[in-house]
Every structure is written in C-alpha cells, then in structure tokens.
Design a protein around this ligand. Structure first.
Ligand code: KG4
Ligand code: ZN
Length: 331
C-alpha cells in the first residue's frame, strides 16, 4: 500500500499544500499573499486572515491535482514552527482537524529542517546522503547545521543579528526597492558591477552578522546623497551588485570554514536566499558536492513539509493531537 502524505505550510505569507506519494511529488500548490506588498513587509494579522480564507481551496486543489481522495491519505504533516503565531495556528488547527476527522497520524515539521530535506524528494533533483553540511538562508534564519539523519540537526553557527534575507530586504528598502527586495536586488545586481565596498563584520567561529553591513550601507548612502541627491537612481545597479557581493562574501567565507572544520563533503542549501544567483555561483567553487534547490523549491512551499513528514513518518516521529504551533522553534 502507498504512503500518501498531505503537507501543509502556513508559517508566513504563503498558503501551501502538497501531496507526496511514496516520496514522489504528485501536487505542489502555493497561494502567495500579494496584499503585503503595499506595506513593505508581512502584516501578521492580514497573513493569518488570508490563510483562513485560502487553506481549504488550496488543499482541495492539491488533492484534485494529485488525483487523491482525502480518505486515502496516510498522514498529514504541517509546519509547527518557526514562523508567525497567527499564521502557524491556521495550519495547526486545520491539520489537527483533518487528522481527527480521517483518523490518521499528525506529523509536526520544523520549517527550516524542511528547507534542507526538500532535496530528498525522489523525482525532483539529485539527492544528498547523510551526513551533510546544511546552509539555511531565509528571511528569518541564517544557520550552518550538521545534518546526520532526518531527525538530527546540530547548529554549528548562526546569525547573531539579522538573517541574510533580512539584509537583502532592509538594504533594498534603503534603495527604495519594494518588499521583498532580495529577488529584485539579484536581478539588478546582474546589470551592475560591485564597485562599492562596505565594512566586513568580524565574528569569530561559524556565526554570522549582517547588521553592521546594514549600518555601513545606510551611512554610505547618506553621505553620497548629501553630495548628489540622485546618487541612488544613478548607481542603482552597481549598489545592488555591491551589496549582494558583500552578503555573498560573508556567507561564502563561513561555509568554506565550516566545510574545512567538519570535513563534510556535501553542502546542501535551503531557504529563499538560496535562489540568489551570486550565492549559487560563489558556492559552485566550494570544496564539496553542492546541492542547490531548483528555484521553485527555494522559497516557501509545502512539498518540503510533505517530504519531511514522509521521512518522519518512516521513522515513527508522529505527534500527539495536543501538538501546538511553536513560533520560536529551534532547529
Ligand atoms: O524561505 P523564504 O521564502 O521565507 C522565509 O522562511 O523567510 O525566504 C524569503 C527571503 C526574503 O528575505 C527574500 O528577499 C529572500 O528570501 N530571497 C532572495 C532571493 N529570492 C528570495 N534573496 C536574494 N536573492 C534572491 N534571488
Ligand atoms: Zn522559508
């Protein structure tokens, strides 16, 4: 009999559902909430209301696309955390209700673990083997982790302040770019040259820091705009290329140090910032086999939740129905 997992992702501003049959992806549906764009960031109250409106149609669409009847589901996996509490609660309540109604197991998934374990989807892309070095880079996280098996994640280093995605989004805002500015900065960087340099953080070990870069960009822009109010417009592409290079350099140096320190030979990337073309190019030179997620799997999706759920189901890691969302869940 097949193992059929329904994955539900509602940690931030994407309502997503996916169906995985014996490790193979049958449907992957994401409804992006565009209503936050005008506010320059995600508004938690709007996000949770939008999840409530969308969760049922998104799940129904995923089941229909996969040609699966809900009574045939083996288990339901949902994002337990980290994320926005109101958003997580929608996925949690929906998944619990479905598990009770269908009398099937409930599986709680860590969002950042899922960003790394998405690489195990059978038919999607090359699959790493355990153990490997994971780099999670998203809007809320930047971590280097040693992943020894699907349930064993050891943090080797993490950001002491902003996440890499935040560094893109906050400096992008200074340049007048809309939220989230990471993807736009990536596109503009390709048209410019990294001719401006910003102060590099001095952080020991494998931890990261991005807040100094943010301040350095702020002061630099203020100084230049005092001389030329049109400085940003006139140098937008070069500024994007320079900021991107600074962020990528910070990440690249720590990744190489971690590979050297641990002796791990495989590097697996996950999270929104893993879509960044500068980062992908820089890491190609790393002393390891590098696993980059295909672009649709870099940002939030439920395929990664279903895959992690599948691996947990196979190792009996199921939750009790008392399972609660955990906005600050650690990896
Ligand atoms: O993983 P994700 O979709 O959501 C979180 O869990 O946070 O990551 C979103 C982050 C945002 O900060 C966004 O600006 C960044 O990923 N991002 C990028 C790119 N695509 C998304 N940053 C740099 N370059 C990109 N191409
Ligand atoms: Zn994410």
């Amino acid at each position: 009999m097949s193992t059929i997992i329904l994955g539900i992702e509602t940690s931030c501003d994407d309502t997503a559902a996916a169906v995985l049959v014996d490790g193979k992806l049958r449907a992957n549906v994401v409804s992006q909430q565009l209503e936050h764009e005008t506010y320059g960031g995600v508004i938690p109250e709007l996000a949770s209301r939008a999840h409530v409106e969308r969760i049922i149609p998104v799940v129904e669409t995923a089941l229909a696309k996969a040609n699966i009847d809900k009574k045939d589901l083996t288990a339901v996996a949902y994002t337990q955390g980290p994320g926005l509490l109101g958003s997580l609660l929608v996925g949690n309540s929906f998944s619990k209700s479905l598990a009770v109604a269908l009398d099937i197991p409930l599986i709680a998934v860590h969002h950042m673990q899922a960003h790394l374990l998405v690489h195990f989807i059978d038919d999607a892309f090359p699959t790493p083997s355990f153990p490997f070095l994971g780099l999670t880079v998203s809007g809320g996280h930047t971590q280097l982790v040693k992943v020894s098996d699907p349930n064993s994640f050891d943090i080797l280093g993490e950001t002491l302040d902003d996440a890499a995605g935040e560094a893109f989004d906050k400096t992008g805002k200074m340049l007048g770019l809309p939220y989230p500015s990471g993807p736009i900065m990536d596109r503009y960087a390709a048209k410019g040259s990294p001719c401006f340099t910003f102060g590099k953080p001095v952080v020991s070990g494998l931890d990261f820091s991005f807040s100094g870069l943010k301040t350095s960009v702020l002061y630099f822009l203020r100084e230049q705009q005092d001389k030329d109010p049109n400085f940003i417009q006139a140098n937008l592409y070069d500024l994007c290329a320079s900021i991107q290079k600074a962020i990528v350099t910070i990440l690249n140096e720590k990744v190489n140090a971690a590979l050297l320190q641990t002796g791990l030979k495989q590097l697996v990337l996950g999270g929104g910032v893993s879509a960044n073309s500068g980062l992908r190019k820089a890491l190609e030179k790393a002393e390891a086999t590098v696993f980059l997620p295909p672009l649709p799997y870099t940002t939030d999706n439920a395929a990664m939740i279903a895959m992690t759920g599948y691996l947990k189901y196979m190792t009996q890691q199921v939750e009790s129905l008392a399972s609660e969302p955990n906005p600050r869940m650690s990896i």
